[in-house]
Design a protein. Sequence first.
Length: 293
Amino acid sequence: MDRIWLKSYPPGVPADIDPNEYKSLVDLFEAGIRKYAARPAFTNMGKTISYGELDGLSRAFGAWLQAKGLGKGARVALMMPNCLQYPVAMFGTLRAGCTVVNVNPLYTPRELEHQLGDSGARAIVILENFCTTLQQVLGKTPVEHVVTTQIGDLAPFPNGALMNFVARRVRKAVPPWRIDRAVPLSEYAWKFRYPGAPLDPELEETTEALEAARALVRDGIHPGHAKKIDKEAKDEARKAAAAKQADTLEVLVLDWLDHVRSHFIIPPGNRGGQSQQITGFGNTKNQRLAVCR
């Protein structure tokens, strides 16, 4: 048979493929990100992530899912619009062996309840703009883990912080919500960093102490003392984490204030009648998620 359609193939496209080259969709994905690690993968709201960055972020999220007991066959719902967090969560879910359940962000509470119940989703990653909808029906669904994200979480600083502030405080696009067991994607799920990345020096010692205490309990050696050490190590780890978070927040605030002063405060000699052009924040217009090759 003369395969005349081959004439329409662009250069570099093979006439035949090996269907056994890849064992799974994850295998295909990982081969691609290794080959094109330095190339841009997705661009959204002025931020571009490479395939290498996508590898690290999605691997981290997949590791977090597995750490929560979500593995092969578990359903993970994704309730987000076009944003960089979506491909991270989607590929992370697939790499963990879970099944992606796409959820329309504009669903009503009744529709969301049916979707989550019908799919059997045990976890959901949701943009916080829609958390109030989830809050109304969460108790009627099989969802065990709720991971939230904000629209500017992956945008460059200070754009991301400003986008989140405007969405919450100015445009009032985030209705009030409260889900006690919700965890923020940026603070928890991405703590599983790239393979081989060093632990935070401030937490490494307390983490080792915690593991040693648990080993004593498992081995039955001085259980009462070991439990006390375990509790103390946990307390130290919490204090260190809180201190680290506070220091990080302080640095971010100071950097932002320096940026505002350098871009928005008009020097005393320039306070005439002339208008000043405000620059430095880049283009934050809504952009469609672009897939680059």
